[in-house]
Write a protein that binds this ligand. Structure first.
Ligand code: SF4
Length: 209
C-alpha cells in the first residue's frame, strides 16, 4: 500500500509550574511598584512633615497673636469707642441727653449714641421699664452685636425705683437682660453717668485681657 504515512499527533504536555510556597513567618509584604530609593522616602517624609509643622506653627502664632496683640488691640478700641443705644424711657433720659450736651460732652470719651441696635455695643437703660415694653427691650438687646454691655442708669432701671410695687413696672432691668453696671440715683446726674462709663471701660479692660 502506498500513501502518506499516518502521523500520530504528539500529545501536548502542559508545562509544569512549580507551586509557589510562601512562608508567612519570614516574607515581607510585597510592593507592586519598584523599590523606592532612599532620597524619595526623604522627600515623602518632608512633604508630610512641612505642612504639619507649618500648621502647628501657625496655630501657635495665631494663639499668641490673639492673646498678646489682637485681643488687647480690639479691647482697647472697643472700650474707647462705646456706642450706646438711645433707649430713653423717663426722666433719667433727660440726664442722659444732658451728658451729651456741650456742658458735659460725653463724646470726648469716644461715646457716640446711635439709633440702631445693630451699630451699638452699649445699652444704657434709663427710665422706668414697664412689662409692656419688656419684650421690645429684649429684642433691641438681642439685635446688638457681640461684645455688648448694659448699664442700668437710675433707681427705676436698677430696681423699679419709686414705682417698684406697681403691677406694671419691671423691678429691675436685670430681670430681662444681663446688667454689667448699675448707676444709683433718682435721677443720677450726668457726672454719675460719665463716671459709670469710665468704670465700665475699666471693667471691659479687666474682662477682655
Ligand atoms: S430713677 Fe427717678 S429720675 Fe430716673 S426715671 Fe426713675 S423716677 Fe425718673
Amino acid at each position: 500500500m502506498t500513501g502518506a504515512p499516518a502521523t500520530i499527533a504528539k500529545p501536548v504536555v502542559a508545562p509544569v509550574v512549580a507551586p509557589v510556597v510562601s512562608s508567612p513567618s519570614t516574607e515581607l509584604p510585597m510592593v507592586s511598584g519598584p523599590a523606592v530609593p532612599f532620597l524619595e522616602i526623604e522627600t515623602l517624609r518632608a512633604r508630610e512633615f512641612i505642612p504639619a509643622a507649618k500648621e502647628s506653627l501657625m496655630a501657635l502664632m495665631t494663639e499668641q497673636a490673639q492673646g498678646k496683640v489682637i485681643r488687647p488691640t480690639f479691647n482697647w478700641a472697643g472700650r474707647n469707642s462705646l456706642f450706646p443705644l438711645h433707649w430713653g424711657l423717663a426722666c433719667c433720659a433727660i440726664e442722659f441727653a444732658a451728658a451729651f450736651g456741650a456742658r458735659w460732652d460725653a463724646e470726648r470719651f469716644g461715646v457716640v449714641p446711635r439709633s440702631s441696635p445693630r451699630q451699638c455695643d452699649l445699652l444704657i437703660v434709663n427710665g422706668t421699664v414697664t412689662w409692656k415694653v419688656a419684650h421690645k427691650l429684649i429684642t433691641l438687646y438681642e439685635q446688638m452685636p457681640e461684645p455688648k454691655w448694659v448699664i442700668a442708669m437710675g433707681n427705676c432701671a436698677t430696681g423699679g425705683g419709686p414705682f417698684r410695687t406697681a403691677y406694671s413696672v419691671v423691678p429691675g432691668v436685670d430681670k430681662l437682660v444681663p446688667v454689667d453696671l448699675y448707676i444709683a440715683g433718682c435721677p443720677p446726674r450726668p457726672e454719675a453717668l460719665l463716671d459709670g462709663i469710665l468704670k465700665l471701660e475699666e471693667l471691659i479692660r479687666e474682662r477682655g485681657e
